[in-house]
Design a protein around this ligand. Sequence first.
Ligand code: PAF
Length: 283
Amino acid sequence: MIRVATIAELQTILDGERQQGRSIGLVPTMGALHEGHASLVRCSVKDNDVTVVSIFLNPTQFNDQTDLAKYPRTLEADCALLEQCGATIAFAPSVDEIYPEPDTRQFSYPPTDTVMEGAFRPGHFNGVCQIVSKLFFMTMPDRAYFGEKDFQQIAVIRRMVEDLGFPLEIVPCPVVREEGGLAMSSRNTLLTAEERQTASQIYQTLCKSKELMGEKSVASLHDWVVETINAVSGLKVQYYSIVDGKSLADVQDWNESDDIVGCITVFCGSQPIRLIDHIRYKG
Ligand code: PAF
């Protein structure tokens, strides 16, 4: 695996690969890699001749500077994992390399970027579109891989790809879960062992709610999920939304769409750590 830090170096290598007709897969990450990221990299390695993994903790998508400050940084361990997974290039640029000037571009894809995470983290998806579009321009991949854990992020990125006409395929990859069901996330390392166990009740509750959907309306299932999770000491729901899986608009009735997803954000523990997850009810 080659480690590069500059855009010029990355592009020289990729131009050479493209001239030989080799396909390129891109896995954008913010580092602190875990088994969830590894599964994206393995998928890309299987589908493409060359796999580029970007490791860049993107400041423009953090509306909360304390969240950015406490985000884990583990570059050496990240590169060791990527090597094991068969990645071709680890691209780990500095902030100045990516943003020599402040990025003033504005992206707007309502309702996908205004509801849920968009409402609670103003500017977050604008920052995601800034960095992901830059990475797409820099690497011009054939395919780009994103974890379904960030369900809303994929919907926003799809809109951006459509809007800007990027000639690439977005490949969503399934959520990888810890033993108790907690969705793998770089933020999980900030939880104590006890908090991790508590947090596993988020997904367990979502799974149970799926079993109950035949006997409850959308509104009463929504309330049941919120009340059940809030009853667990150490967990506090920020929002729970039951939405159409494509437009992300709220649904009121189970018959309204054949693609229905419940998306949740929960604060866990004393710090507290913000955890997101989702469950597909239909589709
Ligand atoms: O999902 C993430 O880790 C980030 O939002 C991404 C896509 C790497 C952009 O910084």
